[in-house]
Unconditional design. Structure first.
Length: 253
């Protein structure tokens, strides 16, 4: 899908309030394009009224490029992915943009729409597996060198991620952090990694990052621990860095 035409039509006509159910249906059926920075992390906007964060969504990549030129690109997100971002970051309002108009949508309304349709806003939407891709290995090694510079980042898992609904594949960094979300430390570490530590050339996989709080998302972190992914763990108290990888378990020939 290159454009969410149904959503664009509602927004362009200024009918978001009067056709709220149709708007939510268009969002649930076709999703939106979310802007990302050069390191793959999601870009957020600020509410001009109170300064609170907004999760922006655009009806097409072209619309995002025109209305938010500072974005490095845009990633298509379905309804479940939008709710996942909201859950992990605490941002509860979606700012939907078309070429000529925009509207705020509380994300709990999207969750309610999915429940009414019998869809669950959870479950295994990403399949994570151990990766031997050179970029994944380079990320692991760079993390071992730099994680100590970011004490709030306790553990990072490097994986190959595949979206079960769309088949889209990329590399994924899950970062366990001891600070509120969205995590400034996780974003700075990702920028450090992709700003010179790891070189992404033409044809390299995209790299996405998701920060998880060590307390709030303890169950998710425990699940990550069981997946056999490349893991880099830091202990700020001792300065010790532990690297765990199936590569090191392979028998010597």
């Amino acid at each position: 899908m290159t454009i969410n035409g149904a959503l664009a039509d509602i927004l362009d006509r200024g009918a978001a309030a009067s056709e709220s159910q149709q708007l939510l249906a268009a969002l649930a059926d076709h999703g939106v394009f979310v802007p990302v920075q050069a390191n793959g992390s999601v870009m957020f906007l600020r509410n001009s009224e109170d300064g609170s964060p907004l999760l922006p969504g655009y009806v097409s990549e072209a619309c995002c490029a025109e209305r938010l030129p500072q974005a490095a690109g845009a990633v298509h997100c379905d309804a479940l992915r939008l709710l996942d971002i909201s859950q992990q970051t605490g941002v509860g309002v979606l700012a939907l943009h078309s070429a000529t108009n925009w509207a705020r949508v509380p994300l709990p309304l999207l969750s309610q729409t999915l429940r009414e349709r019998g869809q669950q806003a959870g479950g295994q939407q990403l399949k994570l597996t151990w990766s031997t891709h050179p970029v994944a290995v380079a990320l692991r090694d760079a993390l071992a060198r730099r994680i100590r510079d970011f004490p709030a980042v306790r553990t990072v898992w490097v994986s190959h991620a595949r979206r079960m609904d769309t088949g889209f594949e990329h590399l994924m960094l899950h970062m366990a952090v001891d600070e509120p979300l969205p995590s400034a430390s996780a974003h700075r570490l990702t920028e450090t990694l992709l700003g010179g530590e790891v070189v992404l050339g033409e044809g390299s996989p995209q790299v996405a990052m998701l920060a998880l709080n060590t307390t709030t998302h303890a169950a998710t972190l425990a699940e990550l621990e069981r997946m056999g992914l490349d893991t880099v763990r830091s202990d700020p108290a001792t300065g010790r860095v532990e690297v765990v990888s199936q590569e090191f378990d392979a028998p010597r020939q």
